[in-house]
Design a protein around this ligand. Structure first.
Ligand SMILES: [Zn+2]
Length: 349
């Protein structure tokens, strides 16, 4: 049986609708090469969701033929905001709407349920760690990187010498809620974008699906009175469709993504002056878009990342690979790091 008799770490990526699970052995091999998903049931509250995590844990072990006694630790990630040790924000979080989640210690609850050490990261940090290790391979401990992950919100992660920078309260790398200069980004007469967090003109107010829905699309539709998207009843549905239009070369949709690319470039410029990383990674649905559009988007981000001449020859721009598995794999790597195991056997590029 594969993996039998070996020590392993299980990685669990706990999302709004699904849990994705993986297994990493002490030799640095992932024993799962595809999505292994089960329902997360987070909307039913913490009690049901912890049982769902335990079920996912048992299922991925059964799938890989690994005995439960071989598991040395569990890496867990959830969407933020949450503390560095896995306490969901007292203000609640997107996808964790049941009031019982507020201030809930998801890491300790899973640790008690499974009787195993649980190492926690927020989902953006976990995906950032995987992007870093997948890119640098065996040399990951000698390099630094920054990731921006565009989804419903804008997640970010900072990796320094192969380790996640969590910060004192777990809030490091929250690029989505850093304010960016808006000169040269907004069009004539365009209102200042506002974020769900209350800030005006932060990264997420522009570079997220929510930013498209609430800020960018309403303005750009007013500039394109004959656009098809006027006919879509729901603003949320229309926002989801914008990427497809941009991939097909639609001028309005490209204006929206150009503004997002400028915002992302300005956030990477902050990173360039903060940790001066070797690599800048972009994640999110856009990574899976048509290659021509994706390459244009990445090139536009790069064009708006203001690097010094000393930084230019060293800096790499790339996409977060295996995006649907990146969270679970990153969570597992964080677990194996905590046990002092060598970095996973990833080829690097
Ligand atoms: Zn914000």
């Amino acid at each position: 049986m594969p993996g039998q008799g070996q020590e392993v770490v299980v990685g669990l990526d706990n999302g709004g609708t699904a849990i994705n699970a993986t297994v990493l052995d002490s030799a640095g091999r992932f024993l799962v090469d595809r999505l292994v998903e089960t329902p997360s049931r987070v909307a039913e509250g913490p009690g049901v969701a912890i049982e769902a995590l335990a079920e996912s844990f048992a299922q991925v072990l059964a799938l890989t033929g690994v005995a439960p006694e071989s598991v040395q630790a569990v890496g867990l990630d959830t969407p933020g905001p949450a503390s560095a040790d896995g306490v969901i924000s007292t203000r609640g979080a997107v996808n964790f709407v049941d009031p019982a989640w507020r201030g809930f210690d998801v890491r300790s609850a899973l640790e008690d349920r499974l009787g195993l050490p649980v190492i926690y990261n927020n989902d953006a940090n976990a995906a950032s760690l995987y992007a870093h290790d997948a890119h640098f391979g065996p040399g990951s401990g000698q390099h630094s990187s920054v990731s921006l992950i565009v989804g419903t919100g804008l997640g970010g992660g900072v990796i320094e010498r192969g380790r996640v920078v969590r910060g004192a309260a777990g809030m490091a790398g929250e690029f989505g809620h850093m304010r960016i200069p808006l000169d040269g980004l907004l069009a004539e007469g365009q209102p200042t974008p506002v974020c769900n967090c209350g800030l005006a003109g932060d990264g997420e107010s522009v570079a997220s699906l929510t930013g498209i829905e609430k800020n960018l699309l309403p303005y750009w539709l007013s500039r394109f009175p004959d656009h098809d998207l006027h006919a879509v009843g729901s603003a949320h549905k229309a926002a989801i469709l914008v990427r497809g239009y941009a991939s097909a070369g639609d001028p309005m949709a490209l204006e929206i993504f150009r503004q997002q690319a400028i915002a992302l470039g300005r956030l990477f410029t902050v990173a360039a002056n903060l940790t001066d990383p070797d690599a800048y990674f972009l994640g999110g649905g856009v990574v899976e878009a048509a290659p021509r559009f994706r390459d244009w988007f990445l090139a536009t981000i790069r064009e708006h990342t203001d690097l010094r001449s000393e930084q230019l020859p060293r800096a790499t721009f790339a996409v977060v690979p295996d995006l649907d598995m990146a969270g679970a794999r990153g969570a597992a790597i964080a677990g194996s790091d905590a046990l002092g195991w060598a970095p996973p056997e990833l080829p690097g590029r």
